[in-house]
Design a protein around this ligand. Structure first.
Ligand code: KG4
Ligand code: ZN
Length: 390
């Protein structure tokens, strides 16, 4: 098929991505499917923290307030005017319906007003695309080995500067030019999803394992809540676990011996709860050292489960590349262990800012949809459940 980008005679292809599936309002401009020109993320963490989790009504209201300023900022940061944009892309689902609606309606309005083509993006597929992104200078934003701590800003922030500040010694961590090729195994670990996906070729996904109950990020958030550590639990546990003894408690590794590729984290969360109950809730809460040991032990169990299943899937499908994506992929120990344990496998993990929800991955994936002419109509509706293979 004739390449539509070439056929249209674009010097560059600029795509604008919009992401509002959960509690981040994000817009980004990406050039030619991989160069991030801007990636603005307004996090709502502060609004939800006192509830210990995302409150859907608060999330959608905050998206409404933030979407236009974030959109304007993304265009300004990229120094690209709206008329230069060739494609508009928005996360259609899965996610919180009230949150998704804000992004989808904004994208439809933009498409209607400008006549530019609209692309509907699957949220999981966009996470799986994140390893392909790089910055405008052509340096890789992919960190292949150890990572610096991740962090979320409660303000509208420029990930480009966040990236710089979290990667002062980036040469130690990144391998410029490390590129992912098809096919690869994706380990998707986020707050809402944990799955193993074989990406056979652009836009062809095969889900080969899923969590049967809680997602990995959900388990982090619930354990943090149980221990009164705050929200979101992942980055907090990541930080505390650095000084904990991961062998202090031997928590169960659910389904690790099951031959299939499915995951389960609910039993692990219950085991942590039981341990705290038996030890004495008050005693645990008073003992910061014990808390560090508990979260380090919990984290070791999560990582063991994830990497064991990933190893099994790599062998089963004869793959030698693993991309770890989604919010939990920002976890320092997961990153370090994946690299250490999976010898002979190219383990590719996006920079932390590209692991958590962001619109650059949406704008980047738009390129593949543009090439495949997967254009959406203005009757498009947000879908809380939007299967990856649809
Ligand atoms: O991908 P994401 O931003 O949103 C969803 O699509 O769900 O993932 C959010 C999840 C939260 O559960 C959060 O606690 C977790 O990712 N997370 C982490 C870390 N940073 C974020 N989990 C472990 N370690 C981290 N450093
Ligand atoms: Zn996500």
């Amino acid at each position: 098929m004739e390449d539509p980008v070439v056929a249209k005679g674009f010097e560059y292809m600029y795509s604008l991505g919009i992401e509002t599936s959960c509690d981040e309002t994000s817009c980004a401009v990406v050039r030619d499917g991989d160069d991030i020109l801007s990636n603005v993320v307004a996090s709502q963490v502060d609004l939800h923290a006192s509830y210990g989790g995302v409150v859907p009504e608060i999330a959608s209201r905050a998206h409404i307030q933030k979407i236009l300023p974030v959109l304007e900022r993304a265009l300004t940061d990229a120094d690209v005017s709206l008329d230069k944009i060739n494609a508009l892309a928005v996360t259609l689902g899965p996610g919180l319906i009230g949150s998704l609606l804000v992004g989808v309606e904004t994208a439809k309005a933009l498409s209607f007003a400008t006549g530019k083509p609209l692309m509907a993006i699957n949220h999981i597929a966009s996470h799986l695309y994140a390893p392909f992104l790089s910055d405008a200078q052509g340096r890789s934003r992919i960190e292949v080995m150890k990572a610096k701590p991740s962090g979320r800003s409660s303000e509208v922030s420029r990930p480009s500067s966040a990236h710089r500040s979290s990667s002062n010694s980036s040469s130690e961590f990144s391998r410029p030019g490390a590129q992912l090729r098809y096919p690869y195994l994706g380990l998707v670990v986020s707050g809402g999803h944990s799955s193993l996906v074989v990406v056979w070729e652009p836009l062809r996904y095969e889900v080969v394992g899923v969590t049967l109950d809680d997602a990995a990020g959900e388990a982090y958030d619930k354990v943090a809540k149980l221990l009164g550590l705050g929200y979101p639990g992942g980055p907090i546990i990541d930080h505390l676990a650095q000084e904990g003894d991961s062998a202090y408690v031997r928590f169960p590794r659910p389904r690790i011996r099951a031959k299939d590729l499915n995951l389960s984290f609910s039993g692990l969360k219950t085991a942590v709860m039981q341990y705290v109950r038996e030890t004495g809730y008050e005693r645990v809460l008073r003992d910061q050292t014990l808390i560090r040991h508990i979260v380090a032990s919990f984290q070791a169990a999560v990582i063991d489960c994830l990497l064991t299943k990933a190893e099994r899937a790599l062998a089963a499908f004869h793959l030698d590349q693993l991309a770890i994506v989604g919010g939990v992929a920002a976890n320092r120990n997961l990153r370090a262990k994946a690299w250490e344990r999976l010898a002979g496998i190219r383990v590719i993990i996006p920079a932390p800012i590209l692991c958590t929800d962001n619109a650059a991955m949406v704008a980047g994936l738009a390129m593949l949809h543009y090439r495949a002419r997967n254009f959406a109509s203005l009757t498009l509706n947000a879908q809380a459940d939007y299967p990856l293979d649809s």
